[in-house]
Ligand binder design. Structure first.
Ligand SMILES: Nc1nc2c(c(=O)[nH]1)N[C@H]1C(S)=C(S)[C@@H](COP(=O)(O)O)O[C@H]1N2
Ligand SMILES: [Mo]
Length: 368
């Protein structure tokens, strides 16, 4: 019995990031492998209980600016041509700087999971092109956006107001019609787990996580911009005072990279060590990853950047022989094919939310 308890304690588990048990981060070691296993993949739910949908009676409504409104069963969706590929995504609240740990979450206690970069993951997804479903319904010329309705609703998690709001997000028609925007029913070869949106979720390849609506029950084609609560009151950043555009609405993921090896607390041997990590940039390509082992004073190109698979992160490695025992601050910095490089500091300082942090992160290590 005692042995069994020890075994359970050693098994890596997702880590709560808020007191309401709505968000769980992947443990740092789960980000060391190419694919994050389903039971360690981060969970971001707006309400504690997720909807339990019966696959047999499930229907997906497709309506609005279409010539033929549809009501599709799980089996109907399975009949359509399948697409299967890897997609990395992160919550736009991933990697908040320490000043925002409690502020962004409106809690006084800092939960362990909020530290680091665990509110992200990479998995292999299978499903159908949203485009195929929209084409079946016949999108009218009047269409501007497509709104996605989740089955979950309730009072807003932080302030309780609105008292009953549904998780709904929209996409511009061009992204909705992109062949790699998926309606996913499988995650790493298994039916979508309950917490990840069973039986069906939207998967907006290359974009921040909040766009990928889980427990998807409605696809509504609109002739106007959708102004729902989770579009206009959440997941935005107030721009610097005096900016021409007042808000940033997060869409495609910004260029970013992290160090995964060594994991926090892991001691690096003085004889040498292979540093490793991941780099990604939404729809764009990573062209360069640099590493610094002296707090950003000097930089060199990492030894190896592995090609990404579809929309996955790029894994990278770098051989390091430390000058000697002691404490070091490591950093990695990625650049994409648009010429964007990670900033050295948190980019949205004036805003209280902590979203969209793609800064170069200090990674403290001890060499013995
Ligand atoms: N219906 C619904 N979809 C949702 C959410 C939600 O709470 N309800 N959370 C969103 C957010 S903020 C993120 S980051 C991702 C997280 O997906 P995951 O829990 O599968 O990792 O789902 C998005 N889709
Ligand atoms: Mo999120």
């Amino acid at each position: 019995m005692a042995a069994q308890l020890t075994q359970t304690a050693l098994k890596p588990q997702i880590i709560p990031t808020n007191a309401g048990l709505r968000t769980f981060a992947a443990p740092p070691t789960a980000l060391q492998e190419d694919i994050v296993p389903n039971d360690l993949f981060y969970i971001r739910n707006h309400w504690k209980n997720c909807p339990e949908i019966d696959q047999a009676t499930y229907r997906l409504a497709v309506d609005g600016q279409v010539s033929t409104p549809l009501s599709l069963s799980y089996e109907d969706l399975k009949q359509l041509p399948q697409k299967r590929f890897q997609v990395t995504f992160e919550c736009c609240g991933n990697s908040p700087v320490p000043e925002y740990w409690s502020k962004a979450l409106r809690i006084s206690t800092v939960m362990e999971g909020i530290k680091g970069h665990g509110i992200m993951g990479n998995a292999e997804w299978a499903g159908v092109s949203l485009r195929d479903v929209l084409k079946k319904a016949g999108v009218k010329d009047s269409a501007v956006e497509v709104m996605f309705e989740g089955a979950d609703h309730g009072p807003d998690e932080t302030v309780g107001d609105p008292p009953d709001v549904t998780y709904e997000r929209s996409l511009p028609i061009a992204k909705a019609m992109h062949p790699d925007t998926l309606l996913a029913y499988e995650m790493n070869g298994e039916p979508l787990p309950l917490n990840h949106g069973f039986p069906l979720r939207l998967l907006v390849s290359g974009w921040y996580g909040m766009n990928s609506v889980k427990w998807l029950v409605g696809i509504h084609v609109l002739d106007h911009e959708f102004k729902g609560f989770y579009m206009t009151d959440r997941y935005i950043t107030t721009n610097e005072p005096g900016s021409a555009v007042p808000y940033t609405y997060y869409t495609k993921m910004k260029v970013k990279s992290i160090i995964t090896n060594p994991a926090p607390g892991e001691i690096v041997p003085a004889s040498g060590y292979t540093l490793a990590g991941a780099a990604w940039s939404g729809e764009d390509r990573i062209t360069k990853v640099e590493i610094s082992t002296d707090s950003g004073a000097t930089w060199s190109l990492v030894d190896t950047v592995r090609p990404r698979s579809d929309y996955s992160w790029n894994r990278w490695e770098h051989q390091w022989t430390p000058p000697g025992p002691g404490k070091y601050t490591l950093m990695c910095r990625a650049t994409n094919d648009q010429g964007d490089t990670q900033p050295m500091e948190f980019p949205n300082k004036w805003d209280g939310r902590g979203y969209g942090n793609n800064m170069v992160f200090p990674h403290e290590v001890e060499v013995r």
